[in-house]
Design a protein around this ligand. Structure first.
Ligand SMILES: *[C@@H]1O[C@H](CO)[C@@H](O)[C@H](O)[C@H]1NC(C)=O
Ligand SMILES: *[C@@H]1O[C@H](CO)[C@@H](O)[C@H](O)[C@H]1NC(C)=O
Ligand SMILES: *[C@@H]1O[C@H](CO)[C@@H](O)[C@H](O)[C@H]1NC(C)=O
Ligand SMILES: *[C@@H]1O[C@H](CO)[C@@H](O)[C@H](O)[C@H]1NC(C)=O
Ligand SMILES: *[C@@H]1O[C@H](CO)[C@@H](O)[C@H](O)[C@H]1NC(C)=O
Length: 364
C-alpha cells in the first residue's frame, strides 16, 4: 500500500501534463485518506479498497480538468456561408497537445482522423443541404470534446414573379386586391426577405418561417387598396437572401418584373353645389374620372349648352350628368347670377374641365 502513492502521482502528472504544483498538493492529501480507508479491511483486501481507490480520484481529477480547460478546439473560419455547388474549407485546430486525435463529423468529404494539431475539412463542391459539421478531439484518457461549425448552404431563387390573386385588368378605386410574390426554388427560405414595392416605396417586408434547408418555392402575399393616385404606378417585389455578416456583403437578390396598375375612378363632381356667376361670365366645373366621363348639362330635363355668357335669366338649377365606366352620376348645381359690376369685363374664357384629371405618377 505504501507504493500506491507513486502510481497516483504518475497518473495525476499524466493528466495535468506539465503542471507541477497541483500533483504535489494532491499527493500530500491523498495518502491519509487512503490509509484511513484501508486499515479496517486488511483481510478483505480485494474488494473494498479497489472501488475507493479507483473511483474517487479519477472522478475528481477529470471533473477538475474539464472545468478548467473546456474545449480547446478552435475553428477557422468560425462560421461559413457557401453557395450550393461551391467549394468549402475549414480548419479545426487544437491549442493543447494532450489530445491524441482530431476529426470531423460530416456527411460530405470527411477527412481522416488526424494525430496532428489541426485537421482540415475540404469539399470541392458543396452538394449537401443539411450538413451540420462538427469537429471533435479525443483525449488519451478517453474524454472527448467537440465544436460545431455553423454552415449555411444557399441557393438564390430561379425566378421571382408578381401577380394579383384572382384578378386581371384594371382595378377599382377603394377595392381591396391581393398582390402575390412567388419566389421559386430558393434555399434556405428562412433567410429570405421579400419586399413589395409601389414605385420606389417599400410597402411591406415579409419573411417565411419555414425551416426547410433544401430549395423550396414560396408565395408571399400583400393586400392593397388602390386610390386614384395609384393609377399608372408599378408594383414589384424583391427577394433577398439575408445571410448574415458571415455571408456576402452583397446578398443575393432577385427582382420581379413590374406590374403597371390601372385604377378606375368613378365620375366625381368637384364643384360646389351652389355657384355664383357674374353676368357676362361663364362658369367652370370639374368632373373627375378615369376613364374621362362623358358630361351633359341639363336644365329642367332638357339638354342645354352651358351658357358662356350668363345673364340673369340663366340663373337656376342645372343638372350635370357624368357618365363613366361605373354608370351615370347626376349632380345638381344651383347657379346664381350676380349683376355685372359696372365695368363689364367680358370674360369669354369658357372652359369646362370635365375631363380626366388623374395624375400619372410614374416612379414616384
Ligand atoms: C490550421 O490552423 C492551425 C492553427 O491556426 C495552423 O497552424 C495550421 O497551419 C492551419 N492549417 C491549414 C492547412 O491552414
Ligand atoms: C381564387 O379563385 C379560385 C377559383 O375561383 C378560388 O378557388 C380561390 O379560393 C381564389 N383565391 C383567393 C385567394 O381568393
Ligand atoms: C408562420 O407564421 C405565421 C405568423 O407569423 C403563422 O400564422 C403560421 O402558422 C406560421 N407557420 C408555420 C409553419 O409555423
Ligand atoms: C354677352 O351678352 C351681352 C348681353 O346679352 C352682350 O352684350 C355681349 O355681347 C355678349 N357677349 C358674348 C361674348 O357673347
Ligand atoms: C340623370 O339625369 C338624366 C337626365 O335627367 C336621367 O335621364 C338619368 O336617368 C339620371 N340618372 C340617374 C342615375 O339619376
Amino acid at each position: 500500500m505504501c507504493a500506491s502513492g507513486q502510481p497516483i502521482t504518475l497518473l495525476l502528472f499524466y493528466l495535468f501534463g506539465s503542471a507541477t504544483s497541483s500533483p504535489v498538493s494532491m499527493h500530500t492529501s491523498d495518502p491519509p485518506l487512503l490509509s484511513q480507508i484501508s486499515p479496517p479491511s486488511p483481510t478483505t483486501l480485494a474488494s473494498p479498497p479497489s472501488p475507493s481507490l479507483s473511483t474517487p480520484p479519477p472522478i475528481s481529477n477529470s471533473g477538475e480538468t474539464t472545468e478548467k480547460v473546456r474545449c480547446p478546439l478552435s475553428m477557422s473560419p468560425s462560421t461559413l456561408v457557401v453557395r450550393f455547388g461551391d467549394p468549402v474549407r475549414a480548419n479545426c485546430s487544437v491549442s493543447r497537445m494532450d489530445f491524441s486525435a482530431l476529426g470531423w463529423e460530416v456527411k460530405l468529404g470527411a477527412p481522416t482522423l488526424s494525430m496532428g494539431p489541426f485537421v482540415v475539412w475540404s469539399v470541392d463542391s458543396m452538394t449537401e443541404w443539411n450538413e451540420k459539421p462538427m469537429c471533435y478531439a479525443l483525449s488519451e484518457q478517453g474524454g472527448q470534446c467537440h465544436i460545431n461549425l455553423p454552415l449555411t448552404v444557399y441557393k438564390p431563387p430561379d425566378i421571382v414573379s408578381i401577380n394579383f390573386v384572382n384578378h386581371t385588368g384594371p382595378m377599382l378605386e377603394g377595392h381591396q386586391y391581393t398582390l402575390q410574390c412567388t419566389v421559386q426554388n430558393v434555399a434556405p427560405v428562412e433567410n429570405l426577405v421579400v419586399t413589395f414595392y409601389r414605385g420606389q416605396t417599400a410597402l411591406g417586408q415579409l419573411q417565411s418561417n419555414n425551416t426547410e434547408k433544401e430549395p423550396v418555392t414560396e408565395i408571399f402575399s400583400l393586400n392593397i387598396t388602390p386610390s386614384k393616385e395609384d393609377d399608372g404606378v408599378q408594383y414589384w417585389c424583391e427577394a433577398k437572401l439575408e445571410l448574415g455578416p458571415a455571408g456576402i456583403k452583397h446578398p443575393p437578390m432577385e427582382r420581379s418584373e413590374k406590374l403597371t396598375a390601372t385604377v378606375l375612378v368613378g365620375p366625381q363632381l368637384m364643384c360646389p353645389t351652389k355657384l355664383r356667376v357674374r353676368e357676362g361670365e361663364s362658369l367652370s366645373c370639374e368632373v373627375r374620372g378615369n376613364p374621362p366621363p362623358l358630361v351633359t348639362w341639363f336644365r329642367d330635363g332638357q339638354v342645354v349648352a352651358l351658357p358662356t355668357n350668363f345673364s340673369r335669366k340663366d340663373a337656376g338649377k342645372y343638372t350635370v350628368s357624368a357618365k363613366g365606366l361605373f354608370g351615370q352620376n347626376n349632380f345638381t348645381v344651383e347657379v346664381e347670377v350676380l349683376a355685372g359690376s359696372g365695368t363689364t369685363i367680358s370674360c369669354n374664357i369658357h372652359f369646362l374641365l370635365a375631363g380626366l384629371l388623374i395624375q400619372m405618377i410614374n416612379g414616384l
